[in-house]
Design a binder for this molecule. Structure first.
Ligand code: BDR
Ligand code: CA
Length: 319
């Protein structure tokens, strides 16, 4: 069994990513936490509750997390995910009780209670994860790994030319999490843009066996309409599904080791930049020279995915 803690901002693609994990009997979801991102944390928490209820997982801990980023102003993406975060589909009321703990403490407890066993799967802005590290640095050595959907290493961003949305929405948190010194696997836009799901398969998923099928079917049209602005829409990529796919079958990915630094200011805010170790740089203010080593983290960047295998996996788990 693989113990996974999901930190999420559902979110249309988050819903697909969670549905994939629910479908694997080898995955034990130990808990779910929510964060602002695609919409406010109020809405992502309501949506996460609805997804857990649909899956019959009301017994799992569901911990509400950050309402705002560590430093930059709050920004959300309702134009991508709908004002309610699930493509503006009609939503029932959520009833599930949320955990008394807030997300960072719930994450800390899950890791301390299961040393070296819990994989963290953050598929939203990294605010909760950064706060957990700040509050309890012991989790750095006690987590199994941190598999993140975020960043864009060798390709342009999706929210600005330089930045991917999850890193853009809290660049300081992303920088803290990447440089913490734990094992990080990054499903960034490099690989997420390869996770194509054709229309026919999307339709099968919408009518498929997943308990989340109604939410996938109901929320997708909004996202496809958004993509039509860019003359896309029939074949979609759902970024968060690549992070789940890595947990389900890491062998279908090629990986590059890189040292990454996240830009926290200016036009390139949220950019994930590969930096060579040991190189000297100059501080723009003090003019003192320094090495970037204290600020960069070693990351396994998912570079390529076997697209046939990815589609087969999606079909196996969701149809
Ligand atoms: C990421 O940002 C959000 O819009 C998605 O849910 C995904 O986690 C993609 O850049
Ligand atoms: Ca997400």
């Amino acid at each position: 069994m693989k113990k996974v803690w999901i930190d999420t901002d559902p979110g249309i693609d988050d819903t697909y990513a969670i549905a994939m994990l629910l479908a694997d009997p080898q995955i034990e979801i130990t808990g779910v936490s929510t964060v602002f991102g695609n919409v406010t944390v109020e809405k992502t928490t309501r949506n996460a509750k609805l997804l857990m209820e649909a899956a019959g997982k009301e017994h799992l801990p569901l911990a509400r997390g950050a309402a705002i980023p560590l430093y930059v102003p709050l920004d959300t993406s309702p134009f991508v995910h709908g004002a309610n975060g699930l493509g503006d589909m009609l939503l029932p009321e959520a009833h599930m009780q949320e955990s008394a703990l807030r997300a960072p403490q719930a994450i800390i407890d899950a890791i301390l209670n299961n040393p070296h066993e819990v994989t963290l799967l953050p598929i939203g802005p990294l605010t909760n994860i950064a706060m957990a590290v700040i509050l309890e640095p012991r989790i750095i050595d006690l987590v199994k790994e941190v598999v993140i959907m975020g960043g864009a290493v060798h390709c342009p961003g999706n929210i600005t030319p330089a930045a991917e949305a999850n890193f853009f929405h809290d660049p300081h948190a992303a920088q803290i999490v990447l440089s913490a010194g734990w094992k990080v696997v990054l499903a960034g836009l490099d690989v997420c843009s390869q996770g194509l799901i054709p229309q026919q398969l999307l339709e099968k998923i919408g009518n498929g066996k997943s308990p989340l099928a109604p939410y996938m079917k109901g929320s997708l049209p909004f996202f496809q309409n958004f993509l039509k602005l860019f003359e896309m829409g029939n074949t979609v990529t759902l970024p968060d599904t690549l992070a789940s796919a890595y947990l389900l079958n890491p062998d279908m990915f090629t990986i590059e080791k890189a040292y990454l630094f996240v830009e926290t200011e200016g036009n390139c805010m949220g950019q994930s930049l590969a930096v060579p170790r040991g190189k000297w740089y100059e501080d723009p203010n003090s003019k003192r020279r320094y090495t970037a080593d204290d600020h960069i983290g070693s990351v396994d960047v998912l570079l390529d995915v076997d697209q046939d295998e990815f589609q087969k996996l999606i079909e196996n788990y969701l149809v």
